[in-house]
Design a protein around this ligand. Structure first.
Ligand code: NAD
Length: 450
């Protein structure tokens, strides 16, 4: 795989290899130069570059998926390939940048969306190339160029995606270095980027530490932080469908998406039936003794064991000496909401199930489990009142009803795709318009022809 990738990298003869630099200052300067060119380009030309990025993402989605799994040891190639196809098809481009107009006796006023300039984007190891490509489409559509700081555990695949974007630009006659990155990104280089005078906006996709770092930078920051999405099932739900949807959502890319079902809160009277159908659909219910061993493995000394993140259920079970049946997709157990494998965001296909007395109790427990992240929550119910009550109480950027969590990304649901969900700072699902600033243009006493 590495040899295959190196061969593809040689398509960039220049020493910085398609936007990958040795030091941050050079990277920022190159992105600034590209942005000066970009600013003068017609919107149509931005769209032409974006179309080509989409095409290349479709063509190389599977390779990127294989690289991501190989480099990070997380997720699975089939689902990661689907994620690349999804972002290629459903990430909004320039059409998301709209103008508002007021016209009347005193003339014409427009509010237009303009670029910030060079955006600094910090990306995670859980969706590495997906985030780089999705951010690139939205940020370029807004007229910006981007300095990426990829997660050190996913540098190769993230930088390969950066090169792909530059290649797309160059092939249609656009500038080089519309997105840039470093050969060896570190905390120090991220910190240099965050303080740089030529970076007016920082977008962080990752856990709580990076979002806090960005929000403390003194710059405008968009913080797409951690979640711990509960899925609530009440007695009115189609229980069999709920079980299938929950297993499908929870196991997608081995539970890496931040939106994926991380624990279940079920009403007492339907919990046994729900577990029955979950077991029929690849759920493997573990014993108390196995749960103890799994807890020691996954939360070693109460800290998340990162070598378990993004692993599939059978691998996790084999790590505690359990040989699971071939069809196993998800590990199930019952427990109180405070159990560490329920309360913590794990990002692996382990679903703790919490019983609730009634809908009040269920809502209360699910809200507690979301920890005020205001990120994602899901529910299976046919009772509109219950759905409304939970939606209001949990107050998350994403609330999926009667579907797997990935419907929120436009996969089996309506709406656009993004891999940067700004939960902490409130922008919600980001797209091109999120990466633009507002500008009012006024023509007094003319141009109104009503
Ligand atoms: P992570 O926080 O370990 O790393 C994310 C990025 O931040 C990396 O590039 C890392 O190098 C950088 N980073 C970390 N701490 C930093 C600091 N103090 N200063 C500067 N940079 C820093 O996260 P991860 O393991 O790569 O991704 C998983 C986490 O991200 C989960 O919590 C998940 O919920 C969250 N996530 C959120 C979204 C969203 O859209 N809200 C999307 C994907 C992942």
């Amino acid at each position: 795989m590495v040899r295959e990738v190196m061969a593809r990298m040689e398509r960039f003869p220049q020493k910085e290899q398609g936007g990958i630099f040795q030091n941050m200052e050079d990277a920022i300067m190159a992105a600034k130069k590209a942005q000066n060119i970009m600013q003068k380009m017609p919107m149509d030309f931005r769209e032409k570059i974006i179309c080509h990025i989409r095409k290349k993402t479709r063509e190389e989605g599977e390779l990127l998926a294989r690289m991501g799994v190989e480099e990070t040891g997380m997720g699975n190639v089939g689902d990661k390939t689907l994620k690349h196809l999804l972002l290629a098809d459903k990430t909004p481009g320039t059409e998301a940048i709209t103008t508002k107009a007021w016209s009347g006796d005193r003339g014409l006023t427009l509010t237009e969306r303009g670029p910030f300039g060079v955006i600094g984007a910090i990306t995670p190891c859980t969706n590495p190339s997906e985030t780089v490509l999705c951010n690139s489409i939205g940020m370029i559509a807004g007229g910006n160029t981007v300095v990426f700081c990829p997660h050190p555990q996913a540098v190769q695949v993230s930088n390969y995606a950066v090169q792909l974007v530059n290649q797309a630009s160059i092939e249609v006659g656009g500038p080089e270095n519309i997105v840039v990155s470093l050969h060896n990104p570190t905390m120090e280089t991220s910190s240099y980027m965050m303080k740089h005078k030529d970076i007016p906006l920082i977008v962080a996709t990752g856990g709580p530490l990076v979002v806090t770092a960005v929000l403390s930078s003194g710059k405008r920051g968009i913080g797409a932080g951690a979640g711990n999405p509960p899925v609530l099932v009440d007695e009115t739900a189609d229980i069999k469908k709920a079980a299938i949807d929950i297993i499908n959502g929870c196991t997608f890319d081995n539970n890496l998406p931040c939106i994926a079902e991380k624990e279940v809160v079920a009403l007492e009277q339907i919990t046994d039936e729900l577990i029955y159908y979950m077991k029929e659909n690849g759920g493997f219910f573990i014993s108390n003794e196995e749960l103890e061993r799994l807890t020691s493995l996954v939360m070693t000394k109460k800290v998340l064991n990162r070598s378990c993140v993004g692993r599939d259920a059978k691998t996790l079970l084999s790590m505690i000496g359990v040989k699971a049946p071939e069809e196993t997709r998800c590990i199930l157990f019952e427990g109180p909401k405070e159990h560490p494998l329920i309360a913590e965001e794990l990002m692996m296909p382990i679903l703790g199930i919490v019983r609730a007395r009634d809908i009040e109790d269920a809502i209360c427990q699910a809200v507690w489990l979301e920890h005020g992240n205001r990120h994602s929550a899901h529910m299976h119910s046919r009772n509109v009142e219950n759905l409304t009550r939970f939606g209001k109480a949990i107050d998350t950027a994403i609330f999926v009803k009667n579907a797997p969590s990935y419907a929120a990304l436009g996969f089996g649901g309506e709406g656009f795709c993004t891999f940067t969900i700004a939960s902490r700072t409130g922008e919600g699902l980001t797209c091109a318009s999120t990466f633009t600033k507002s500008r009012r243009c006024v023509m007094a006493d003319s141009l109104c022809i009503r």
